[in-house]
Write a protein that binds this ligand. Structure first.
Ligand code: FAD
Length: 382
């Protein structure tokens, strides 16, 4: 191939990386297992932090986001203490979220990458990566070679396997039933409901689509409940009788997401560099995955451009050291969020102890301005 950088995977990480590299005049080729239609309709994340919006804006990738994205600056916590609201535009650094569905962002990024003269091979699976020769081995037996490889192939990709690293894995032992309802949001804010039956969450996506989450036991069958049973449980956990009815509609997507995290160290080997979910998987409790993917993609793009265009290898050598502390900060906050939102079930002494800590944590967040500022900085920050 005539590409300097071969990018494995056309998710947010690979596409932002490719777009920045193209703007620097660097030849790159993206190889993506799925079809274009598939990746452009894959619903996942939606909440973009201020740093992500900055990265996209500074690199000419934010037109759709600025036209169609919605600003969010409030989250609400509900529980047996009642309800309190944190308006984070007035806390911490005063930053907000922009909600823009991930599939729309991916669609914009693909169009712009092609516009910048990049090449994408869809429906082409990478089977193995050779980190010494910067080579991709494809499923059809052919081999592509470049100068560098970016492993942006997500949590189930192949690039991680080519990096001999420590993998730190954590299973929180909690699963979320992730639902997309064809229904308008029930409120403007993100809502986190803490209930003895388990956690429930509400996040606006668009005027007609809303994401809901229900904590379920690991191994839960996403088809076990009817739409009505799901709405009934959401009403109970969100205490709709006290705080107002939810706006219902059919569920157009049901998926069980396990709260697991993993971090690799280092996230580079030879000519291969990992970014996004390939480098670290974060539980979705604090909605940070796509934001970390964009953060790493920007750092990697600058490092590759410095090497290729200026002959300076230092930023690439330092890539893992630059990115990993920021990944760990996000992991720490996401872990804290999990403890905030989920108490153990049961009435044995250990469970009651941990639930009492959870309650104290919530009360501190409700009452302490310093705690709220710290929360806001970490909730929006990467
Ligand atoms: P991906 O988006 O997974 O892209 C990897 C690409 O590589 C895919 O297109 C895949 O097909 C391709 N690929 C894989 N293997 C191969 C191969 N062998 N050969 C070629 N191509 C390959 N994050 C947030 O920040 N905010 C949120 O609100 C949020 N909500 C979420 C809700 C849900 C239900 C889920 C599941 C995730 C959520 N996330 C959220 C996480 C976020 O979606 C991911 O962190 C993000 O997609 C990571 O981007 P990526 O580019 O690293 O990987």
């Amino acid at each position: 191939s005539s590409a300097d950088v071969l990018i494995c995977g056309a998710g947010p990480a690979g596409l932002v990386l490719g777009n920045i590299l193209r703007a620097e005049g660097i030849r790159c080729l993206i190889v993506e297992r799925q079809s274009r239609a598939h990746v452009e309709s894959r619903t996942r994340a939606g909440f973009l932090a201020a740093n992500s919006v900055r990265i996209l804006s500074e690199n000419g990738l934010a037109e759709g986001l600025h036209t169609n994205g919605q600003h969010h600056d409030t989250c609400v916590f509900r529980g047996d203490h009642g309800e309190f609201e944190l308006k984070y535009s007035g806390l911490g650094r005063g930053e907000i979220h922009t909600v823009y569905p991930q599939q729309d962002l991916v669609r914009d990024l693909i169009a712009e990458f092609l516009n910048r003269g990049g090449e994408i091979r869809f429906a082409t699976e990478v089977q193995e990566i050779d980190p010494h020769d910067a080579a991709l081995l494809l499923a059809d037996g052919s081999r592509l070679t470049g100068r560098f490889v970016a492993g942006c192939d997500g949590q189930r990709g192949v690039s991680r396997q080519a990096v001999p690293a420590q993998v730190y894995h954590w299973d929180h032992g909690i699963s979320w039933f992730a639902l997309l309802a064809q229904a308008p949001p029930s409120m403007a804010a993100v809502m986190y409901a803490i209930h003895p039956n388990g956690f429930a969450g509400h996040m606006a996506r668009t005027a007609t689509i809303t994401r809901y989450y229900l904590q379920v036991p690991p191994g839960f069958d996403p088809d076990a409940w009817s739409d009505k049973e799901i709405w009934d449980e959401l009403h109970v956990r969100m205490r709709a009788d006290q705080h107002g009815e939810l706006r219902t509609g059919p569920f157009v997507e049901r998926r069980v997401v396990d709260m697991t995290s993993h971090v690799m160290d280092p996230i580079q080997h030879g000519t291969l560099f990992l970014a996004g979910d390939a480098a670290s998987l974060i539980s979705p409790s604090a909605a940070k995955g796509a934001n970390l993917a964009l953060m790493a993609a920007e750092v990697l793009a600058r490092a590759l451009a410095t090497q290729i265009n200026l002959g300076d290898a230092q930023p690439l050598i330092r890539y893992s050291a630059e990115v990993l502390p920021r990944i760990w900060r996000a992991q720490e906050f996401s872990h804290w969020m999990i403890d905030l939102l989920h108490g153990p079930f049961g009435n044995d002494s250990d469970s009651v102890f941990l639930r009492s800590l959870q309650r104290a944590r919530l009360e501190s967040l409700r009452d302490s301005r310093a705690h709220q500022d710290f929360f806001a900085e970490n909730y929006i920050g990467v």
